[in-house]
Ligand binder design. Structure first.
Ligand code: TYM
Length: 338
C-alpha cells in the first residue's frame, strides 16, 4: 500500500478537511504497519494557482504543518513534506503535460467553478492544476489516495493520464505508473456549509460562519453551531425524514461522524427533539473533539524551527522516494539527462 494525499496550505484547516480527509489519513497511518507507507504533503505549489500573498503562504504552510501533526499525522511514521522542497513534483507535471489532453482538463468541474465566466483571465496553473495533482500521486506509485468527494474527478483524471502514459511509452508488462484509487469513506465525504446545505464547507467561502476551523475556540464553535441554518421542524426518528432537509442532514452527518455512530442511530436518539436541543449537543461534541487538537496545535506553533525541521526531513525522504519513478518517466520519453 502506498498512501498519498495532500492539502493546500491556504486558510485554516476546517471541519470538512478534518472529517473528509485528515482523519482518514491518520487512521490509514495507524493501520498500515509494515504493509506500506504513507506520504502526506502541503500542496504549496497548487496554492500559487490563484492570487496569493507570499508572506501569508509561508506562514500558512507552517500553520498547516502544525495542524496536521496536531490531528495525529506522525512525522516519524509518515513522510510529511511540502511540494516546493521536492522539485520532482513540478518536473513530473511537465513530463505528464505531453500526455494530458485539453479536453480532459476542460471537463474538470473545479476548473469550471473556480474560473466561472472569466476563463481567459485565469492563470495557466489553475487550468493545469490537476496535472500537478496527478504528478503528486503517480510519483510515489500511490495505490490509495484518501480524499473528500470533491477530489474524485481529479483522481480519475490521474488514472487516465497514467493509463495513457503507460500505453504510449511503456510495455504492458512493465508499466511506469500505478493507477491510484481514491479512498472516500461515505460517512463524511462531503461536509456542507453551515449557512447553505447545498454548498460544500470550504475555505474560500467568504462567510466565516459557514465553517468551523480547527483554531476556533469553544465559544466560537458554539456560536457557529447555534447560528447554523436549519428548518423549524423537529428531527425525525428515521433517516428518510431528512430527505429534502439538507441542512438538518448535514448537522446529523457531522454528529454521526464525530461520535462514530450511524446517522440512523443519531436520529433515533434525537428524533422528536428540536434544534434547540440538538445544536448544543452537537456544539459540545465538536468542542470536545477539537479541544485536544487545538491545544496541541498551539503548542506546536511555539516552535517554528521544529516545524521547519519536520518539513526538511520529510522532503529529504520524499526526494529519495520519488527518484526511481521520475528517472523512469524521463527515460521512457527518450529524454537524455546528465
Ligand atoms: P483541499 O486543500 O481543498 O482539501 C484537502 C482535503 O479536504 C477534503 N475536503 C473535504 N471533504 C469533505 N467535505 C468538505 N467540505 C471538504 N472540503 C475539503 C478534500 O477533498 C481534500 O481531500 N487539490 C487538493 C490538494 C491536493 C491533493 C493532491 C489531494 C493536491 N495534490 C494529491 C490528493 C492527492 C485540494 O485542493 O484539497
Amino acid at each position: 500500500m502506498q498512501v498519498v494525499s495532500g492539502i493546500q496550505p491556504t486558510g485554516n484547516l476546517h471541519l470538512g478537511n478534518y472529517l473528509g480527509a485528515i482523519r482518514n489519513w491518520v487512521k490509514m497511518q495507524d493501520d498500515i504497519g509494515d504493509d506500506g507507507q504513507c506520504l502526506f504533503f502541503l500542496a504549496d505549489l497548487h496554492a500559487i494557482s490563484q492570487p496569493h500573498d507570499p508572506a501569508e503562504l509561508k506562514r500558512t504552510t507552517l500553520e498547516m504543518t502544525a495542524a496536521l501533526v496536531a490531528c495525529g499525522v506522525d512525522p516519524s511514521r509518515s513522510i510529511l513534506f511540502n511540494q516546493a522542497q521536492v522539485p520532482a513534483h513540478a518536473e513530473l507535471q511537465w513530463l505528464l503535460s505531453g500526455t494530458a489532453r485539453m479536453g480532459w482538463l476542460n471537463r474538470m468541474t473545479q476548473w469550471k467553478d473556480k474560473a466561472g465566466k472569466n476563463r481567459e483571465g485565469q492563470s495557466i496553473a489553475l487550468f493545469t492544476y490537476p496535472v500537478l495533482q496527478a504528478a503528486d500521486v503517480l510519483l510515489y506509485q500511490a495505490t490509495h489516495v484518501p480524499v473528500g468527494e470533491d477530489q474524485k474527478q481529479h483522481l480519475e483524471l490521474a488514472r487516465d493520464i497514467a493509463q495513457k502514459f503507460n500505453n504510449d511509452f511503456a510495455s504492458e508488462d512493465a508499466p511506469i505508473f500505478t493507477l491510484p484509487d481514491p479512498y472516500i469513506p461515505p460517512e463524511a465525504a462531503r461536509i456542507m456549509s453551515l449557512r447553505d446545505g447545498s454548498a460544500k464547507m470550504s475555505k474560500s467561502d467568504p462567510s466565516e460562519m459557514s465553517r468551523i476551523n480547527l483554531t476556533d475556540d469553544a465559544d466560537t464553535i458554539m456560536k457557529k453551531v447555534k447560528k447554523a441554518k436549519t428548518d423549524p421542524e423537529p428531527l425525525p426518528s428515521e433517516l428518510e425524514g431528512l430527505e429534502d432537509r439538507p441542512e438538518a442532514l448535514n448537522l446529523v452527518g457531522i454528529y454521526a461522524a464525530l461520535a462514530g455512530q450511524e446517522k440512523s442511530q443519531v436520529v433515533s436518539d434525537f428524533g422528536g427533539q428540536g434544534f434547540g436541543a440538538f445544536k448544543p449537543a452537537l456544539g459540545e461534541l465538536l468542542v470536545e473533539s477539537f479541544a485536544p487538537i487545538t491545544e496541541r496545535f498551539r503548542e506546536l506553533m511555539q516552535d517554528r524551527e521544529a516545524l521547519d525541521a519536520i518539513l526538511a526531513q520529510g522532503a529529504a525522504k520524499a526526494r529519495e522516494k520519488s527518484t526511481p519513478t521520475l528517472d523512469a518517466a524521463y527515460k521512457a520519453l527518450g529524454l537524455v539527462r546528465g
